[in-house]
Design a protein around this ligand. Structure first.
Ligand code: PEP
Ligand code: MN
Length: 345
């Protein structure tokens, strides 16, 4: 860590900075320039409480050398991590294709959709049983009955399942049914929830908050990793933009950026990023071309009766087209779509 001191800092103030650094058990290396004095701190940066250093009167700027997300960083783990979702791998050249309706709905419809997306090559089936809705009057999901339906449908079609967990108190219950726990954009910074999914040993799909920076996302992943759960998959799902022409702003550059900064896999969700079926295939392919380790797409066989997010759902036949293109692109990139797991008992 490097401290840049304020111009005109007196000798007394500089001595005080050094005393404070040494009191923390660290070494200070002083460098006096013509206009500014700089103090290099040598020692374990993660042990330093940056705020107390920043509060020293003569300190103008604190420049960390290492990122604040220690476990999520590339420095900590130079090779790309591969997350294993009950046999389906994501990361390090393995592509996950997650597809299904926004919400878990009637069982027969779920079977119809699952059959079609499995045939198209999707390897993880999705559907929300607990829906975080902007309005308390909007459809809230089927709850535990939805979890049961999702699990049964996934098993019937040989797919593993992902569903959202919205509350720390539900982590145990949702883990009984799901192979992958989704933490949604609205809950990205629900730290109690992050700690709870971190304590569970289920893999976690952590979606980027709609106003969150990439650093915020990686710090939230750090919460989960710091609880001992190394199986974290990140998801770029669009951030708030100024243009209502798309539901959100698809930040495709976040994908290679995350790969530069972190070893964790990152997938893209062009459904929530664009909100428009016409734009989803192009953005799915753009995400893969940018290096995404998977693509998450909402699919419904009759969007006009969908309980949530119908306007952004792809029809199963549209999904089949884009899935075929995604598989070809993955091959071109020297990657492969993880095959469907063996049917679970
Ligand atoms: C969802 O996956 O249906 C969902 C609510 O996503 P997000 O948290 O990204 O809005
Ligand atoms: Mn949705």
């Amino acid at each position: 860590m490097i401290l840049i001191l304020k111009g005109g800092a007196t000798d007394e103030q500089v001595d005080h900075v050094i005393e404070r650094v040494e009191a923390l058990g660290l070494k200070a290396h002083l460098s006096r320039g013509t206009f500014r004095t700089i103090v290099g701190i040598i020692g374990d940066e993660s042990e330093i409480v940056v705020e107390s250093i920043r509060a020293i009167p003569a300190v103008a700027k604190v420049v960390p050398v290492l990122p604040p997300y220690k476990l999520a960083s590339r420095e900590a783990h130079p090779d790309a991590s591969v997350v294993d979702v009950s046999g389906v791998k994501l990361g390090g050249g393995h592509i996950g294709l997650i597809a299904g309706p926004c919400s878990v709905e009637e069982e027969d419809r779920m079977h119809r959709i699952a059959e079609r997306v499995a045939a198209a090559g999707a390897n993880i089936f999705r559907g929300g049983a607990y829906k975080p809705r902007t309005s308390p009057y909007a459809y809230q999901g089927l709850g535990e009955e939805g979890l049961r339906i999702l699990r049964d449908v996934g098993d019937a079609h040989g797919m593993h399942v992902v569903t959202e967990v919205t509350d720390p108190r539900l982590v145990g219950l949702v883990s009984e049914y799901a192979d992958l726990l989704q933490v949604g954009a609205r809950n990205m910074q629900n730290f109690a929830l992050l700690n709870e999914v971190g304590a569970s040993q289920r893999p976690v799909l952590l979606k980027r908050g709609m106003s969150a920076t990439v650093t915020d996302l990686l710090m939230c992943a750090e919460y989960i990793l710091s609880q001992g759960n190394a199986n974290v998959i990140l998801c770029e799902r669009g951030i708030k933009g100024f243009d209502p022409a798309t539901r959100n702003l698809f930040d495709v550059a976040a994908v290679p950026l995350v790969h530069q900064l972190s070893h964790l896999p990152i997938i893209v969700d062009p459904s929530h990023a664009t909100g428009k079926p016409d734009l989803i295939p192009a953005c799915a392919l753009a995400g893969l071309a940018a290096g995404a380790d998977g693509v998450h797409i909402e699919v419904h066989d009759c969007p006009e009766v969908a309980k949530s997010d119908g306007p952004q759902a792809l029809l199963p036949e549209q999904y089949a087209d884009v899935a075929a293109q995604m598989k070809s692109l993955a091959e071109l990139l020297g990657k492969s779509v993880s095959p469907l797991p063996e049917k679970t008992a």
